[in-house]
Design a protein around this ligand. Sequence first.
Ligand code: HEC
Length: 144
Amino acid sequence: MNGRRRSPLITIAAAAVAAVAMLAAATAAFLALQGRAEGAALYEGRQPLVARVSGHEQPLPAIAARCINCHEGAQAIGPALNERTLAQPLARRGGPPSRYDAAALCRLLREGIDPASVLVPRAMPRYEIDGRGCEALWAHLQSR
Ligand code: HEC
């Protein structure tokens, strides 16, 4: 047998490894898209979140907790939320320049504390949101 010829087994194994790698890449791309879609649903309120005005026990009606109510359009009382306003260093509310990542967004949503440790105004509700929800919202806001 020619020693330089690849055994069929090795060829099959290499093809299998390549197929698994392609599948992994496709899965990762799919999950990223799914995350963004979930983030958009949370942002627009199609997937409701439990939220409260800081210090209040009673949750807000789901429709009042939608991010778009306060962060979109001419009536917006909060800043536009996108890659530029969140991921780039910016002086916010008199604090030193700071930027968000998914964890910082999570903290802001749950506790109202920004990346420079400044408290946001009470008009920004506090949310019950899990890590997955924060990641999804972050992925969506980054894509805008
Ligand atoms: C009832 C109105 C309201 C709703 C609903 C609301 N926000 Fe806000 N949000 C605000 C206000 C007001 C601020 C603070 C603006 C300021 O500091 O002048 C704020 C601030 C923020 C900030 C800080 C931005 C920065 O530059 O530091 C982020 C991030 C944010 N909101 C995300 C969200 C997300 C995500 C949702 C939905 C899950 C949401 N908000 C829902 C009113 C709202």
